[in-house]
Design a protein around this ligand. Structure first.
Ligand SMILES: Nc1ncnc2c1ncn2[C@@H]1O[C@H](COP(=O)(O)OP(=O)(O)OP(=O)(O)O)[C@@H](O)[C@H]1O
Ligand code: SF4
Ligand SMILES: [Mg+2]
Length: 357
């Protein structure tokens, strides 16, 4: 996991531009480092999944990227570079020039972010006006309809005048995504965008995000507790545990050959995955420690079947090995961290069959 002096990142192939680079980010309260030395990059036009159990620090990390941390939680260290500019200490006025225009977010529990007393069209129009105040009424209406079409809402002219309660969960989620797209962001952060939805609707919403990415080339930071979703939808993955990064890399490399025992446990807990270390940890007993109660060592130690005495004493350094497409798979573990050999799929320049292109 991340020590402050180390940078761990999912290194993209050289041709892919980096839109966001998070360096050694520490976010916390007066008593706890909720996000502790996290580093990763978001390449242009790619999907990066933030994966981990409840309390891993996914939402706090995502909110830090948007400059929207809850009261009492602040950036304590590190940098958030958006197009090369460090935004981590921006004041509210400065954030307004970044938020929306560069990054936009679909929040966890998105259905709550709609106003139940306002018609859908008016809510999208508000977002449109915020980023394009000179459009005028006709232009605004045209843009709202365009956004409704973009998120594949049937019969958009009629939907304009409906209230959120008149829409299904999937349709409401599409409206929330339309609001997030109103500013034409380069990066869309989607925090558990499908949690409250049934399986079929989940797939439809994730398909929609894929389609939007293909159409407009935006990057997506997909926050999910489900590594299967990451496997199907992301190019790269950041596995988080108790506010720190456990493992990063190209999704195919990590899923086929996970190195950090926590990642192995996550994958082994998914019945459909067929990976070598499946027998290691069929389930993950116990819970992650609260960030205020982590030991000085590896936070996974109390649950890890491979733990040794040294695991409680210090945080392991980063180990890495070549992955596909010029990426590196990186993890922190004393016991599984002794190799710099390519993984079974690690061949620079190669792309994996079945992996998101
Ligand atoms: N406003 C806050 N004040 C204090 N601690 C907080 C606050 N918000 C979150 N935390 C703590 O920060 C840690 C990370 O929380 P976070 O919401 O990022 O988890 P998560 O990975 O998004 O989990 P989930 O899957 O449940 O959404 C947790 O221990 C949580 O209790
Ligand atoms: S073996 Fe040690 S360092 Fe590796 S994950 Fe387990 S507890 Fe952490
Ligand atoms: Mg969350």
């Amino acid at each position: 996991m991340i020590a402050e002096t180390h940078t761990q990142s999912t290194t993209a192939a050289p041709a892919v531009e980096t839109v966001v680079e998070v360096r050694n980010l520490v976010v916390g309260t007066a008593t706890a480092r909720l996000v502790d030395g996290v580093s990763f990059t978001v390449p242009s036009g790619r999907t990066v999944a933030l994966v981990g159990e409840s309390g891993a620090g996914k939402s706090v990390s995502a909110r830090a990227l948007m400059g929207l941390l809850p009261a009492g939680v602040e950036v304590l260290g590190g940098e958030i570079l958006v197009n090369g500019r460090d935004v981590s200490r921006f004041n509210p006025r400065q954030w307004r020039s970044v938020r929306g225009r560069e990054l936009s977010m679909v929040f966890q529990n998105p259905l709550r972010s709609l106003n139940p007393t306002m018609r859908v069209g008016a809510q999208i129009a508000e977002a449109v006006r915020l980023y394009d105040p000179k459009l005028g009424r006709a232009g605004e209406r045209a843009r709202v309809l365009e956004l409704l079409e973009q998120v594949r809402i049937p019969d958009p002219e009629r939907r304009l005048f409906e209230y959120p309660h008149q829409l299904s969960g999937g349709m409401r989620q599409r409206v929330v995504i339309a609001i997030a797209l109103a500013s034409n962001p380069r990066v869309l952060i989607a925090d558990e965008p499908t949690t409250a939805l049934d399986v079929t609707t989940q797939a439809q919403i994730l398909d929609l995000l894929d389609t939007l990415q293909a159409e407009n080339g935006m990057s997506i930071v997909l926050v999910t507790h489900d590594i299967r979703v990451a496997e199907e939808r992301a190019h790269e993955v950041i596995v988080m545990y108790s506010g720190r990064i456990a493992e990063t890399g190209r999704i195919g490399d990590v899923v086929r050959s996970p190195m950090m025992p926590y990642t192995r446990a996550l994958i082994a807990a998914v019945p459909s995955f067929d990976v070598t270390p499946r027998s290691l940890l069929p389930t993950i007993p116990g819970r992650p420690p609260h960030p205020s109660q982590r030991s000085a060592g590896c936070a996974f130690a109390p649950r890890c079947p491979l733990a040794e005495a040294r695991c409680d004493l210090a945080i392991p350094d980063v180990t890495s090995r070549p992955g596909n497409n010029g990426t590196r798979q990186q993890w922190r573990c004393f016991v599984t961290g002794k190799t710099d050999q390519p993984g079974p799929t690690g061949q620079a320049g190669a792309s994996e069959e079945g992996e998101k292109a």
